[in-house]
Design a protein around this ligand. Structure first.
Ligand code: 7PJ
Length: 273
């Protein structure tokens, strides 16, 4: 299986690591726009040096309870970073659900769209269809502001897979070739610990969709619930979760701790060679 991702052709026979680059000013370092841009670009280069296969650039936090940012603000955060990373050698993904951001990001060099809303925003399908970018279709229940309040499913595996099948069909109907698509169960997006564990336990069933599977478990609250660790002390739990996801069929893992994950996957690959 090869994922068509802009001008890249990604071989899915070995697990790939997507490194997370947040372009969100934090409350501790109010260094202004240039500082935020330069910090993000430097972080991106570091993740490539650590072995990241793909970079995921995001200008809006979609963590549970996070506030939305305006279109203008999101563009001003991500575009200078994408321009700064043009030609960097690995595919760059844009983490957004806004079609306007997708279009501008692709023009600025992004070769993948990572959409927590699975291209459901009006116009999003057409923007991706008109490009040669890959797309990650993710499942979520509810909106980031309130999705963790009371997530409910009759059968979480069935409902998530059903939704993703429908989004694959919609994307295909809009003119997006299947070899540009990736699916993601959306760990933590409107899911209880039990829902997340069921999805991870049965992740292999998603391979039936015949498109690569992306898993994002890094530092998520489900790992906090299991280990009791706060968010910046979840590296070991995150590496364990990434390894389990790969073992159960994930093709791409989206992580903060690239170096540690790359090493863990090297061990996994050596044993499986
Ligand atoms: C995910 C994501 C994920 C994909 C975020 C966080 C929340 N995109 N963006 N999958 N999570 N495709 O990293 O904690 O799981 S933001």
């Amino acid at each position: 299986m090869r994922l068509h991702c802009g001008s890249f052709r990604l071989d899915m026979s070995r697990p790939l690591v997507m490194g997370i680059v947040n372009v969100t000013p934090d409350s501790f370092s109010d260094g202004g726009r240039h500082f935020v841009r330069d910090t993000a670009i430097a972080h991106a280069h570091q993740l490539i040096a650590e072995g990241a296969d793909i970079l995921d650039i995001g200008g809006e936090s979609t963590r549970p309870g996070a506030q939305e940012v305006s279109l203008q603000e999101e563009l001003e955060r991500v575009l200078p970073v994408l321009e700064g990373l043009r030609g960097v050698g690995v595919p760059v993904s844009i983490d957004t659900f806004k079609p306007e951001v997708m279009r501008a990001a692709i023009a600025a060099g992004a070769s993948m769209v990572n959409d927590i809303n699975a291209l459901q925003q009006p116009g999003a399908l057409d923007v991706v269809a008109a490009s040669n970018a890959a797309v990650c279709l993710m499942h979520k229940q509810g909106k980031p502001q309130s999705m963790q309040l009371a997530p409910q499913y009759q059968d979480v595996m069935h409902e998530v897979m059903d939704f993703l099948q429908q989004r694959i069909a919609a994307a295909e109907a809009a003119g997006i070739a299947r070899n540009r698509m990736v699916v993601d169960p959306g760990f933590g997006f409107g899911k209880s610990l039990e829902h997340n564990l069921a999805l991870l336990r049965h992740l292999h069933d998603f391979t039936r969709m015949n498109v690569p599977i992306l898993a994002g478990l890094s530092r998520k609250s489900m790992l906090g619930m299991i280990t009791g660790q706060e968010v910046n002390k979840r590296a070991a739990a995150s590496v364990a979760a990434a390894l389990i996801a790969v073992q159960r069929g994930a093709h791409i893992v989206r992580v903060h701790d690239v170096k540690e994950t790359v090493d863990a996957l090297k061990v996994w690959q050596a044993v499986n060679a």
